[in-house]
Design a protein around this ligand. Structure first.
Ligand SMILES: Nc1nc2c(ncn2[C@@H]2O[C@H](COP(=O)(O)OP(=O)(O)OP(=O)(O)O)[C@@H](O)[C@H]2O)c(=O)[nH]1
Length: 373
């Protein structure tokens, strides 16, 4: 028996060989009470002892075993109809055949199977009738009836057992599916978390690429991209834009006197202060060593000058604690505005730098606005 043939083919083979053998015995008992010719005996032998094996070989060799098997069930019905007609409708034998064929087809085809079984049986009987062989002699033989009852009972028990084991298998499969689904959900959840972490890390990396690591202010690279965009926007909408260039006064002296780390403290404090006194749309950038630049889109010169003054006063007012020493610093600031003092980044920066230069030369700790001289 090939192991890889369809399970329905296997099942029907077992079912057919067993139940046909019992039917053979029942019909043999039934016929032994009558005067039966050798042809009928031979037919009985072929139908119930040889036919199941032929049908099985046919299904196994078929490219569509399930389809072939279901067709064989219809053929069973037709042949059973012929036997019922030929035997003169013996009660238990007929009943066993009708129930067997009907249940077999209904298992695989539902209610449609019932009608197909009824049709196949009826055609079988009709063939016998048309051939003139039909007669009604439903006499009883208790042994034949007993064999039929036994066969039918065994058959129904087997159908019930198959239904039970298939149902069990379905339940197990469903549970396995549920477990896999839950594992998949867990994996999906973990993946989502990893994705969120990756996004966060990417965002941090982007931020790090755009910012100065010491002060957290934006770096020159970011400024170049951002200011070009802001300038284009302000030019298109005829809005002002101001730059404030800021330089810490005598910063070298802080480093020399208190050390580089004290200088770092001043730089960080200034960056924090600039961010604190700026709008979200402003850009605070560390421009060089101790130089910062604030870009203020949509801000006129007067407002920018006020802001620069605000920065200056705020730094002058704070004292930074460095190892018990109170550090104080001042800044000089140069202010330039678009479009009056330059139309591009270079022009504006040059103007702001000149204003800063003047603030330094006029005594430091002051704000100067660019003025063409
Ligand atoms: N602590 C610290 N110092 C820095 C950093 N970057 C640049 N500097 C120092 O900043 C100082 C800048 O000095 P200068 O250009 O002479 O300017 P200044 O001493 O501020 O003098 P004025 O600008 O003329 O008032 C140098 O000593 C640099 O070493 C930094 O990241 N940390």
């Amino acid at each position: 028996m090939p192991e890889n043939s369809h399970w329905i083919v296997q099942l029907n083979y077992k079912n057919r060989t067993g139940s046909f053998a019992l039917l053979f015995a029942a019909i043999a008992v039934h016929l032994s009470a009558t005067d039966t010719g050798w042809l009928l005996w031979a037919s009985l032998f072929l139908q119930f002892l040889v036919y199941p094996h032929v049908m099985y070989q046919r299904a196994v060799r078929s490219g569509r075993p399930l389809f072939t098997e279901l067709n064989s069930l219809l053929l069973d019905g037709l042949l059973f109809g012929i036997w019922i007609g030929l035997l003169g409708f013996p009660l238990w034998i007929s009943y066993t055949m009708v129930i067997g064929v009907t249940i077999n087809l209904m298992v695989f085809r539902g209610p449609m199977g019932f009608f197909q079984a009824a049709l196949a049986l009826a055609i079988g009987v009709l063939i016998v009738y048309l051939a003139g062989g039909a007669h009604l002699t439903p006499h009883h033989s208790w042994l034949a009836d007993l064999l039929c009852m036994l066969g039918l009972t065994l058959y129904l028990m087997m159908v019930g057992n198959v239904a039970f084991s298939r149902n069990l298998r379905i339940r197990e499969t469903r549970e396995q599916l549920r477990a896999s689904e839950s594992a998949l959900q867990d994996a999906n959840h973990a993946l989502q978390q990893q994705l969120t972490e990756i996004n966060l890390l990417q965002q941090q990396l982007r931020d790090q690429a755009d910012r100065d690591p010491l002060t957290g202010a934006y770096n020159r690279r970011y400024l170049d991209v951002s200011i070009a965009r802001d300038l284009a926007y302000c030019a298109r909408h005829q809005l002002p834009l101001a730059l404030i260039l800021i330089d810490i006064d005598h910063f070298k002296a802080v480093n020399d006197q208190y050390g580089h780390q004290a200088g770092d403290l001043v730089l960080t404090a200034l960056a924090d202060l600039l961010s604190l006194h700026s709008r979200a749309s402003d850009l605070v950038c560390r421009f060089g060593g101790e130089e910062f630049l604030v870009a203020l889109p949509n801000t006129d010169l007067a407002t920018a000058t006020q802001r620069a003054e605000q920065y200056r006063c705020a730094l002058a007012a704070i004292r930074l604690d460095w190892q018990g020493i109170q550090l104080s610093s001042s800044i000089s600031l140069g202010v330039a505005g678009f479009p009056d003092h330059g139309h591009d980044m270079e022009g504006l920066l040059r103007s702001a730098d000149l204003a800063l230069y003047r603030a330094k030369h006029q005594g430091r700790n002051r704000v100067e606005v660019f003025a063409a001289s």
